[in-house]
Write a protein that binds this ligand. Structure first.
Ligand SMILES: [Zn+2]
Length: 474
């Protein structure tokens, strides 16, 4: 139990404690086990919740999507980092959603460490997830270092801007803690959404290999007419109450969130726009939106990439948020449990460092975008060589479970998480640490396609992830 007066600015003694915990985390990363699990359960009797938000809109000229699309030229609507801190059930727990494309490797740890220091907890009790919009920043320090070795390439991101965002989110947490309110009830609801999520991998040849990808937008009527394919059509909401007042609502839905991008116009896109509309309607309730396991899911079947389509998709997500809210039945909260699993994922054997460095050579490959992407693969190889595990976690609120996963898992992982708890819903946030890019299922590697080309981890990752998910939820 954390005493209430322990909150506020981080004192020197706690800073030292946090540093020791961080060092301990690094030390255990070197342990031989591929999966390490831990759990703490507490009574929810003194649970308090504080919410925070800050602006993370990039300045004009900042790279978007890591630098291989047009940089920021205008802002259609601002990007935000929005989160909540749970106090009074062991060390504080922090959950945060960021309107960025991705936070990869050390950048993800930077965010978890910064939020932990501000909230007075350890990075293991912090979950940070990107919504994965594409006219938005993508941050990977190691890839940025490799790309910066070649002067003609654009920067992956701006370090000073990133530092300012970390400072802003820390200040937002410190300011939020004194405003924490008691949590008296929790509710879970859901609504089916039609006409948004569709599978990207439906066009296959006779051998089952991916012939062409149905992307996040699709102007080919024949491709759009193919079946929706495997999706999870449910938008899930988990809400926190203080007395009769709903004070925070976390929403989860599995689709790539892009309607169109690449025009330099920064936007939280259709999922963020729906969230903002709901926020305006419910100003007293902080709305958080998380993208689920959407590695092979996008709006392509229902999206021709026009502004009108963005409007329609926004309307459908918004409709889901409203419909899910109508199913919420708050019940008193008795027990809260935080479980973690640190998983080392093996790199894809198809990635050879020598060949990747050659692909970055301008004499061999003139297209800047194609010279930048190998840097992200090299960053993952470097991370695996350092044996830095991926942090998975689950928050159990009596019968409600929130699952936090890395990168871009295929929707099959989310459906598996539901199977682990038959009869009970699991709200899944993916796009945590984005280091591995796509996480296909093992069976999908031989089928190839874009997602497999950009799957930085080996097919064996599936068994490790399934084992960790079962441990977190079982
Ligand atoms: Zn993606």
């Amino acid at each position: 139990m954390v005493s209430r007066d322990a909150l506020g600015p981080v004192p020197e003694s706690r800073r030292r404690f946090l540093e020791q915990m961080l060092k301990a985390g690094v030390a255990t990363a070197l342990a031989p086990a591929l999966v390490r699990a831990a759990a703490t359960a507490e009574s929810a009797g003194d649970l308090h919740l504080a919410t925070f938000r800050c602006d993370v809109t990039p300045p004009a000229g900042h790279s978007l999507c890591g630098g291989w699309i047009k940089p920021a030229a205008a802002v259609d609507d601002p990007l935000e980092a929005i989160g909540l801190v749970l106090l009074g059930a062991g060390a504080p727990i922090v959950i945060c959603a960021v309107d960025w494309t991705g936070l990869l490797n050390d950048a993800h740890l930077d965010w978890r460490s910064a939020l932990a220091a501000a909230a007075g907890t350890v990075p293991d009790r912090v979950a940070v997830h990107c919504v994965h919009q594409h006219n938005a920043p993508l941050v990977c320090p190691e890839a940025a270092r490799l790309v910066a070795e070649q002067r003609d390439l654009p920067a992956v991101y701006d370090r000073d801007f990133h530092r300012r965002c970390l400072d802003a989110v820390q200040a937002a947490v410190v300011a939020a803690l004194p405003r924490a309110r008691p949590v008296t009830a929790v509710a879970q609801g859901k609504a089916r959404i039609d006409g948004v999520a569709s599978n990207r991998r439906v066009a296959r040849d006779a051998a089952g290999r991916i012939a062409v990808m149905r992307g996040s937008s699709c102007k080919d009527p024949a491709l759009a007419a193919l079946p929706e394919g495997l999706v999870d059509p449910w938008l899930r909401t988990v809400a926190f109450y203080s007395g009769t007042e709903k004070i925070a609502a976390c929403h989860y839905y599995a689709t790539h969130p892009m309607s169109y991008y690449g025009d330099g116009r920064v936007s939280s896109d259709f999922c963020g726009l729906a969230r903002k509309r709901r926020q305006a309607e419910e100003p007293g309730c902080t709305q958080l939106y998380f993208t689920g396991c959407a590695g092979n899911i996008a709006a392509g079947k229902y999206n021709d990439g026009t502004p009108a389509a963005r409007g329609r998709l926004t309307e459908r997500i918004y409709g889901g948020l409203v419909a899910a809210a109508a199913t919420l039945r708050p019940a008193p909260l008795r027990k809260i449990e935080w479980r973690t699993a640190a998983v080392e994922l093996p790199p894809n054997p198809a990635l050879g460092p020598g060949a990747l460095r050659e692909l970055m050579d301008p004499r061999r490959e003139p297209a800047p975008a194609l010279r930048m992407r190998p840097a992200f693969k090299l960053a993952l190889l470097d991370r695996c060589a350092r044996r830095v595990p991926f942090a998975l976690s689950a928050l159990h609120l009596d019968g409600v479970a929130l699952l936090h996963l890395p990168a871009e898992p295929f929707v099959e992982y989310q459906l598996f998480a539901q199977e682990v708890r038959p009869g009970r819903d699991v709200a899944v946030a993916a796009y945590g640490d984005g280091g591995p890019w796509y996480l296909p299922t093992r069976a999908e590697y031989p089928a190839g396609g874009y997602e497999v080309d950009f799957a930085f981890c080996a097919p064996e990752a599936e068994a490790l992830l399934r084992g960790a998910i079962a441990g977190l939820l079982g």
